[in-house]
Design a protein around this ligand. Structure first.
Ligand code: DLZ
Ligand code: SF4
Length: 508
């Protein structure tokens, strides 16, 4: 009796668990482009196109490798529109009575598979370095779950950047060297670009026809869509950009969408690149003397530290984590997050490049859009769904800890020890956005004052009860308290006026 082997759009790895446990001689791989997955949030058209093209190519590779594959295209007659529906249909066609699957990265889909009329065996996804049990063991009994300690365990476990049991260079973390302001010019032309082949072109036409009003530009499409291309992109980045990645990791420059960032999350999260091969290539560049330790450590920390930690948080806390709202923020997402005109240059730049590329780097995500959403009191779940939809590398498992936890503090301090808020000063220091802005970052109140400056104090004031005792925020409250009463009143009134205008749909 044959079994079905489910491969989802972000499981495009030849060594994935369900394939390893399956029998090529008798089992049948099922892959499906379905409306249920393509529409549960309004994904960026490039994300849909990337996944469908990469899925089609992966299916062809599996067939070439001798697997029997039943592949459903979005516009196929009989497409049931859901993963579970496709499993039932394929089971009826083939007589299969069981499905082997690798556990999806989203509770919604895990539940759908658990409820599927054909029994589905969900095997833990071991493309990640830390298993659920390992993370739970680490988290057990700890009062706070700080990434840094988890990261050190992952360093020891993998042996990456370790010399005789000690961290290379004598320190675990070189982040303090990775905060240089923007450089004068960038000598890296960005990620490797690939001309669409016939498979990609066909998918682009399909996506253009089926998702015409989703936020985001579909073309020019240049992403890698198979492992070979993704590996070429990785080698290119390591050669050309990794050496400077660390230094300018937090910088932002008008018109420079990628700086020295790796653009690797997209490929890793879909399974085209393996986290181990990525880290090993980066470590080799350091051992060969090609890239400095601060760059390589900073990169490896993102992959084996932050990425694994964030996934651990998702599975450790369960589905209810997504509905956390510790600060009781409930303001709807304003239209500027979907591209409506704004006078705030930093937001316009970041959202503009998300529209064009489906991508913004981590400081744009954290300190521009995330910081603004938190200061403005936007509903965390809406913020989460926005990141999930608009970013090509986003899945529930990766975004939950980043949005609900890290940027919105909606988990009440599980991920971050204090809310990541800052006034316009931080953006002015790390970018050149303020040079071309209708607002003035130096102006604290009155006409033309940067909204971040106003909202920052209003946020602290609004949440005083919760944060004033936090030792890491005492300095901020002391500064606020030293301000003259009328100035404080003016700031609060102007912040309120700004939010009201924004929520009324006015251009701000
Ligand atoms: C994101 C996505 C999209 C847009 N479309 C599909 C699809 O048609 N078929 C599929 O198997 N997977 C798709 N995915 C990825 C899934 O949504 C993803 O596997 C879950 O969100 C779990 O991470
Ligand atoms: Fe952003 Fe304020 Fe700078 Fe304008 S002045 S770019 S709103 S931080």
């Amino acid at each position: 009796m044959s079994r079905l082997v489910l491969i989802l759009g972000d499981q495009l790895s030849p060594g994935i668990r369900a394939l390893r446990e399956a029998d090529k001689a008798r089992d049948i791989v099922v892959m499906a482009e379905v409306d249920g997955e393509a529409s549960y949030v309004p994904h960026h058209p490039r994300k849909i196109a990337f996944l469908f093209a990469a899925m089609r190519k992966f299916a062809a590779e599996l067939e070439h490798d001798g697997w029997a594959v039943r592949y459903t295209r979005l516009d196929d007659d009989g497409n049931t529109g859901s993963i579970a529906g496709e499993l039932v249909r394929r089971a009826e066609e083939t007589g299969a009575r069981e499905v082997l699957a690798t556990e999806p990265g989203e509770f919604r889909l895990i539940a759908a598979l658990a409820d599927c009329p054909v029994p589905v065996r969900q095997l833990e996804d071991d493309r990640f370095l830390a298993s659920h049990a390992e993370f739970d063991r680490w988290a057990k009994g700890r009062k706070s779950l700080r990434m840094e300690y988890f990261y050190r365990e992952m360093r020891q476990k993998t042996g990456y950047l370790m010399d005789k049991g000690e961290p290379a260079g004598g320190r675990w973390n070189y982040d303090s060297e990775n905060r240089k302001p923007p450089p004068e010019g960038i000598d890296y032309s960005g990620p490797m670009r690939f001309t669409p082949d016939d498979t990609v072109e066909e998918v682009l036409d399909l996506v253009a026809a089926r998702f015409p009003s989703n936020f985001g530009s579909l073309r020019p499409f240049w992403f890698a869509t198979d492992r070979g291309q993704a590996r070429r992109h990785l080698a290119h980045w390591i050669k050309r950009a990794l050496p400077k990645f660390g230094d300018y990791q937090d910088a932002m420059l008008t018109g420079e969408r990628f700086l020295y960032h790796s653009f690797i999350g997209l490929y890793m999260n879909a399974g085209l690149l393996d986290p181990r091969e990525v880290c090993e290539a980066a470590e080799q560049a350091w051992r060969d003397g090609h890239a400095p330790l601060n760059a390589v450590e900073g990169f490896i920390r993102q992959v084996i530290g932050w990425r694994e930690y964030i996934r651990g948080i998702y599975f450790h806390h369960g589905p209810a984590y997504l509905d956390r709202n510790a600060l009781q923020h409930d303001r709807p997402l304003p239209p500027m997050f979907w591209g409506a005109a704004t006078d705030m240059r930093c937001i316009a730049e970041t959202v503009g490049q998300v529209r064009d590329e489906g991508y913004a780097h981590h400081i744009q995500r954290l300190m521009v859009t995330g910081n603004f959403a938190l200061l403005a009191g936007l509903a965390p779940r809406e913020v989460h769904d926005w990141y999930l939809a608009a970013f090509v590398d986003a899945y529930d498992w990766v975004m939950a800890g980043n949005t609900i936890g890290m940027t919105q503090f909606a988990d009440g301090g599980v991920v971050a020890s204090k809310p990541y808020v800052s006034s316009g000063n931080y953006i002015a220091k790390m970018s050149n956005y303020c040079d071309h802005c209708a607002y003035s970052v130096k102006t604290k109140t009155g006409a033309g004052a940067c909204p971040f400056n106003l909202l920052y104090w209003a946020f602290l004031h609004r949440h005083r009860d919760r944060f004033e005792k936090n030792p890491r925020m005492a300095q901020m409250y002391a500064t606020w308290d030293r301000m003259a009463g009328p100035k404080r009143d003016a700031i609060l009134a102007e912040a309120n006026g700004f939010l009201e205008r924004m929520s009324a749909g006015e251009r701000v």
